[in-house]
Design a protein around this ligand. Sequence first.
Ligand code: FAD
Length: 414
Amino acid sequence: MGTDTARETTVQERLYSVADWYDAESLLTTDERRVLARLRDFLDAEAKPLLAEYWERGEFPEQLARPLIDLDLMEPAELTGPGAEGAERTPARGIYQGFRVFELARTDASLATWYTAQAGLFRTAIRVGASAEQQARWMPRVIDFSLKGVFSLTEPEHGSDIAGGLSTTARFEADPDGGTWVLDGAKRWIGGASTADVLAVFARDTADGQVKAFLVDRQAAGVSLEKIHGKTALRMMQNAHITLTGVRVPESMRLHNVNSFKDVAAMLRAMRSDVAWIATGIQAGAFEAALSYVTERQQFGRPLGSFQLVQEKLARMLGNLTASLSLVIRLTEQQASGTYRDQDSALAKMQTSLLMRETVALAREVAGGNGITLATDVARFHADAEAVYSYEGTHDINALIIGRALTGNSAFTR
Ligand code: FAD
């Protein structure tokens, strides 16, 4: 009862007092804002107190996983209809999904990345790659997290050039049960793999040379996972190096709508939009932490925030954040109307990440020496931003996608 009243209060007020300068949250319905307020309450009460400690330990706070899943954020019942047996449920709107990522990233980039590994990457792999029959079988379990999955595309020797370079192989062996695929190769950087049920693995068919996708049981014979240690960004998020040696996958576990890298590119288009929302949310978190710091900290007998040079930095941070938010909202509208192209999400990912890098650096700067300690929050955003800047297509690769669309000339060398 007490908690419900607190949520109502939050919904009556604006969710973002300063960080959302142009009141973008007015695009959300009251029900959507209520769900986001529920997430906000949880993050403030349960997650925030753990972040600095777990970041330093380089571990994910697993105790947050189940409660976060139980918040029913992916397709919340109150946004998608009654869900009566057999009834069609309307998917949650893109703008809600964007703000959900924004809210998570505003608290912590690893939490946002952990959530989007399932709600963005894996769900997109199933939505784009699975046949209608496979989707009917798997999607409800993806949405309620009872089938946890990850997106395994990048390889140790192939990151930016994965489209042409992908070297993990899939060899088909016919048998009376519809056939079996044998996978060999390695994957790198795969987020959330150690706790997943299945790995969506992209591999090149030795017969036709095309990229195909497979749901591989994480515990299958021939699969081995190794944690990537020593990261200086997204330390809470667990990333794995995966080795696949003669891993056998039944044909029924191949994603039937993935027949070439073009189908993978359609997935990346959707994922880059999520990352642009993450890059925007990180700016909100860093900006708010910096604003709070300069309001409290005094030098020369006055709050830091009263100095002109500090105010200029605050204004730049807010400008970057507001530009990013405007960009992702427009992209989300384009997505909803089905008109967005590769270059549109590439532009959003590239530009929000670029602005994020400046915003977190300014936030760190105005916090002075304390800005490099975990105590002020800005240090965590500053460090984590580097991973977001590079994953889902680096700055350069997204720029080349845009450049190709602008000029008609591909500058990729293969
Ligand atoms: P490289 O491709 O080696 O690039 C190095 C540098 O060279 C970059 O600056 C790049 O822009 C530049 N460069 C490369 N080619 C060109 C060119 N033609 N012109 C100009 N410059 C160029 N992958 C997954 O599949 N699943 C995941 O869950 C996942 N999670 C990740 C989580 C984290 C924290 C990180 C860091 C990465 C993750 N990745 C994941 C991989 C990520 O997508 C790759 O790191 C990214 O695509 C870049 O590849 P790379 O690291 O091999 O860099």
